[in-house]
Design a protein around this ligand. Structure first.
Ligand SMILES: Cc1cc2nc3c(=O)[nH]c(=O)nc-3n(C[C@H](O)[C@H](O)[C@H](O)COP(=O)(O)O)c2cc1C
Length: 548
């Protein structure tokens, strides 16, 4: 039976819902609205994919709103689909957080330190339309009425929900968990569900408890939520923390929740769509293949099954999909902007390591977790560098296969600069350590099997004074940039390092020689060199400092 309740008067709330957020993106010029028919099964994700594989700079990526969605049979869906609205780039994420990009880390820290419990309301926009019972059955009904796109046409076995917040409750403690897990459409009221054992999915911990009790696990799958809630789905929090509390901390106000209709769970009142049901604890079914965020297809596996008992949604619901698979993607941006400050916090505040400046997770193709760079102040004691590398390698069991420490003059986001630092500031024999027994984490199934990998830690920081970086010093480069621009040459995008600087091994004499040369006075330097000629010196021997 499908029921339409009266439109719920939205209770006053202290945060944006998805509709406000989409309007804010539009106002900021970060939304493309596509009104022409687009096929959700063949065209929709591939179109948005070009934004990540077509050489478009991160800052120019936008969210896509599709208002005329069809499938390969020509069926038109009433609900619009939005892709990339949560985290196509950090600017979009920042609008969702209601904070400038530079403040995102601080907002996460504050939210974790001071969570705000949700407020239970009894009428909610997410239950304006309720579909349950027989109304869920039959082609074109239930899940089959939703405009769920195929993420990787050519490989995926079905449309998958990707922008989920899957809510379950620990049957022992009563604490709810919320995680983003993919769900495969299988029938109008049956979903496949993948909860990764390798990344300790919180829902799986609950599932094992329900299985031991011989009961199916109630689950509510939120698709589309206020951004403050949606950003918690992919966050790895300790198991005893209810993500909706931290979402309140992000919003700075309690998140409104309402009781689900057919399962004993609290769901965000301003969600777009909520799919309620039970996860079978007796049978598993083949699920996949599906393109994964490690950049490979996750082949068919036995996985969980959800029997749907109700679908509720707003009257004006927008269907949200996250673009994932090969990175960069929306899925990697949504993790990066929150994971990096969390790691930094851990090293700086929990482990008390002084002189750690940044943690950077390498994103293109590698998907963040495998390659991490930690940046330090110059002069940090070596033991502190190693404490930080060990700390970053053990903070999250699935992050940190290659960890590299660099100094403050190296841009940790620039792999060229990191390789440069490894090339000249690290001796593999002296400055690296192998850590055994690391969980392999999220990746394509390894031919080697065995269930463990190792981690390689490299201290590529500057350990002693070194000769300067061989580029013209800053004033010359800045002056030349002004000249470049006056000449109307093509726009520049300075790449670090774009000017030379001292790394400690430099003398006043050389500074004076260089200044004299720049003032076209090199003949004087030549005269002084002539006065210092020696018959006992060998070639390529450094001139001593006190030789001036
Ligand atoms: C777009 C996207 C899709 C994801 N899909 C899955 C998935 O299918 N299964 C899974 O276990 N984790 C998936 N993750 C990672 C989890 O969301 C992440 O590990 C999170 O911490 C899960 O919450 P939990 O710690 O409460 O389990 C996905 C993340 C994103 C951003």
């Amino acid at each position: 039976m499908a029921t339409r309740t009266k439109p719920a008067a939205p209770p006053a709330r202290g945060y944006r819902d998805l509709h406000d957020h989409i309007a804010a993106l539009d106002a900021a010029g970060l939304l493309r609205t596509i009104r022409e028919p687009v096929n959700k099964d063949t065209e929709l994700h591939p179109l948005v994919r070009w934004q990540f594989r077509g050489g478009i700079p991160e800052r120019d990526r936008k969210a896509f709103l599709f208002t005329h969605v069809v499938d390969s049979t020509g069926r038109r869906f009433a609900m619009p689909v939005v892709v990339g609205a949560l985290a196509t780039n950090p600017d979009i994420y920042a609008i969702g957080m209601n904070a400038p990009v530079a403040e995102i880390g601080r907002v996460w820290t504050r939210a974790m330190a001071a969570p705000i419990a949700p407020r239970v309301v009894d009428r909610a926009p997410c239950q304006e339309v309720v579909i349950e019972g027989a109304a869920l059955d039959g082609e074109g009904n239930g899940l089959d009425a939703l405009p769920v796109p195929i993420s990787t046409p050519g490989f995926d076995a079905a449309p998958f929900l990707t922008a989920t917040c899957c809510i379950s409750r620990d049957p022992e403690t009563g604490v709810q968990n919320m995680g983003t897990y993919r769900c495969q459409l299988k029938a109008p009221r049956r979903l496949g569900l993948k909860m990764f054992l390798s990344i300790r999915a919180g829902g799986y911990v609950h599932w094992k408890k329900y299985k031991a009790m011989g009961r199916p696990m109630p689950m509510a799958i939120v698709v589309g939520a206020p951004p403050a809630v949606a950003y918690l789905g992919p966050q790895k929090l300790p198991e005893d923390i209810d993500e909706l509390n931290v979402a309140g901390g992000i919003a700075g106000a309690p998140i409104h929740v309402v009781r689900a209709r057919t399962v004993d769970l609290l769901v965000p009142a301003e969600a777009e769509i909520v799919i309620e049901g039970h996860v079978d604890t007796e049978f598993l079914e083949p699920e996949g293949p599906f393109g994964e965020s490690h950049g490979h297809i996750n082949l068919e596996e036995y996985n969980f099954v959800v029997d749907v008992t109700a679908i509720t949604h707003r009257r004006d619901a927008v269907f949200t999909s996250i673009i994932s698979q090969v990175t960069p993607s929306e899925s990697s941006v949504i993790k990066r902007v929150a994971y990096e400050p969390r790691f930094l916090n851990h090293l700086r505040d929990q482990l008390g390591i002084k002189g750690v400046r940044r943690v950077s997770m390498h994103e293109p193709l590698t998907n963040l977790r495998r390659v991490m760079v930690v940046q330090f102040d110059h002069g940090v004691p070596r033991a502190e560098v190693w404490r930080a590398l060990y700390g970053a390698a053990s903070y999250d069991s699935v992050c940190g296969k290659y960890l590299i420490g660099v100094s403050e003059d190296i841009d940790p986001d620039n792999p060229d600069a990191v390789f440069w630092s490894m090339a000249y500031r690290a001796d593999p024999g002296l400055d690296s350590q192998l850590l055994a027994h690391r969980p392999p984490g999220h990746g394509p199934r390894s031919e080697r099997g065995g269930g463990e990998e190792s981690a390689l830690l490299i201290d590529a920081t500057l350990k002693h004074a070194s000769a300067p970086v061989a580029l013209p010093t800053r004033p010359y480069m800045e002056n030349a940039k002004a000249l470049w621009e006056r000449l109307g040459l093509p726009a520049l995008k300075p790449e670090s390092p774009w000017h030379g600087y001292s790394l400690g091994d430099w003398s006043d004499k050389w500074e004076a020689d260089a200044a004299r040369a720049a003032a076209s006075g090199y003949l004087e330097t030549g005269r002084r060199a002539h006065q210092r000629r020696r018959s006992d010196a060998g070639p390529n021997i450094y001139v001593e400092r006190d030789d001036d």
